[in-house]
Design a protein around this ligand. Structure first.
Ligand SMILES: CCCCCCCC(=O)CC(=O)SCCNC(=O)CCNC(=O)[C@H](O)C(C)(C)COP(=O)(O)OP(=O)(O)OC[C@H]1O[C@@H](n2cnc3c(N)ncnc32)[C@H](O)[C@@H]1OP(=O)(O)O
Ligand SMILES: NC(=O)C1=CN([C@@H]2O[C@H](COP(=O)(O)OP(=O)(O)OC[C@H]3O[C@@H](n4cnc5c(N)ncnc54)[C@H](O)[C@@H]3O)[C@@H](O)[C@H]2O)C=CC1
Length: 311
């Protein structure tokens, strides 16, 4: 009887969780990725709070989301301006701004972190949030390269911790990599898989391994592109043209490095080089370090491998 009762209560609690769909999402980090993740959740009908350290950053994110939503609305409702406008207004009405992460997570069902690619900073953030977020809240990191398990170490909710790795630009790229750690509960996994589909993504699942699927293949390719340039074998422009026309990529490696950000790229390769010094694929490249030291972070600062018109 006792066993049946325990099984029944576990079933009830888990089904209660499953029925509790994710409605309130908090995105921590209002940069390139955080603004895109906040956008796709808001445009999919969820209440979203985007949080960053600085009010100016969240306001910039709000403007970026507005601009991007106009492109999406135009595509969705090309010949119905009234519907396009309603879609834009409704989506933006579901977006709140905050610079106070502890307060923002108070009513959250899901927290997606998209802050700087530094393990300690991510751990400190989640450690703090773990003490104030509701018990049922799922924590997710959008990290490109860090071990989900090591980020989750900082919390007491490893059963409610996953990796949700989106791709840039989030409103366009269809893929969402879902990473579970051994402690991730089935209920958590099922709820984030459903949530990923609810925000229009096609999900794949990967173990908690460096770079998951895409970046494990992409980072070595992009680093080797920089080495090819450093050896003087070809120019950046020709390497980009070659990969677009020869391999059908939408962007060449240097255009993509400038697009994703040279700072984030540097943090990724530095982290892997430190952790796996014996792997030649993860060797850092001097040109990337130099550009970052010179403050040339790519499109977001107006110059990286290429120069960009200031918007
Ligand atoms: C060493 C470290 C390396 C890894 C670093 C970490 C990175 C990660 O962790 C994981 C990643 O994200 S890897 C990067 C993945 N993303 C890519 O590979 C992007 C490749 N580029 C593209 O798809 C197109 O150039 C792109 C879509 C960007 C632009 O397309 P086009 O060149 O054709 O230009 P557009 O005509 O402006 O855009 C095409 C259609 O997309 C719509 N669109 C573009 N940007 C948008 C945005 N931000 N928001 C909303 N809609 C957007 C645009 O409206 C257009 O739509 P159509 O009107 O239907 O053509
Ligand atoms: N850039 C890309 O193409 C992709 C990046 N990612 C990952 O997403 C994360 C964010 O990357 P990006 O958006 O490119 O970086 P970003 O530099 O554009 O944005 C990071 C934001 O986090 C904020 N931030 C830093 N520490 C914070 C804290 N303690 N609390 C609140 N906000 C804080 C910064 O002010 C900044 O606005 C990284 O983990 C990165 O690896 C994942 C997929 C693609």
């Amino acid at each position: 009887m006792r066993l049946a009762h325990a099984t029944l209560s576990r079933k009830l609690s888990s089904s209660a969780c499953i029925n509790q769909s994710i409605k309130n999402v908090v995105v921590i980090g209002g940069g390139l990725m955080g603004s895109g993740i906040a956008q796709v959740a808001a445009q999919s009908g969820q209440n979203v709070t985007i949080v960053d350290l600085d009010r100016k950053v969240v306001e910039k994110a709000q403007n970026a989301i507005n601009t991007s939503l106009q492109r999406v609305a135009k595509k969705l409702f090309k010949d119905d301006l009234a519907k396009a406008d309603k879609f834009l207004t409704n989506s933006m009405s579901r977006l709140m701004l905050s610079t106070n992460p502890e307060e923002a997570v108070g009513q959250s069902d899901l927290v997606v972190e998209a802050i700087v690619e530094k393990l300690r900073i991510k751990q400190n953030l989640f450690k703090t949030l773990d003490t104030v977020a509701p018990t049922h809240t799922i924590f997710a990191s959008n990290t490109s390269s860090l071990p989900i398990g090591e980020i989750a170490e900082a919390t007491q909710r490893k059963d409610r911790f996953v990796g949700l790795h989106f791709f840039n630009p989030v409103p366009v790229m269809k893929l969402l990599e879902v990473i579970r750690i051994p402690e991730t509960s089935d209920d958590t996994y099922n709820r984030v898989m459903d949530w990923g589909k609810s925000v229009g993504k096609q999900t794949v699942t990967c173990k908690d391994t460096p770079g998951f699927i895409v970046n494990r293949l992409l980072v070595p390719y992009m680093m080797e592109s920089v080495r090819l340039l450093e050896r003087g074998d070809a120019t950046a422009r020709d390497i980009d043209t070659a990969m677009k026309l020869g391999a059908g990529y939408p962007m060449g490696p240097f255009e993509l490095l400038d697009y994703v950000g040279l700072d984030t790229s540097k943090f990724i390769i530095e982290g892997w080089a430190e952790k796996f010094p014996e792997n030649p694929l993860f060797k850092p490249v001097p040109t990337l370090n130099r550009l970052v030291e010179e403050g040339k972070l790519g499109m977001k600062t107006g110059e990286g491998f290429y120069k960009y018109q200031k918007k």
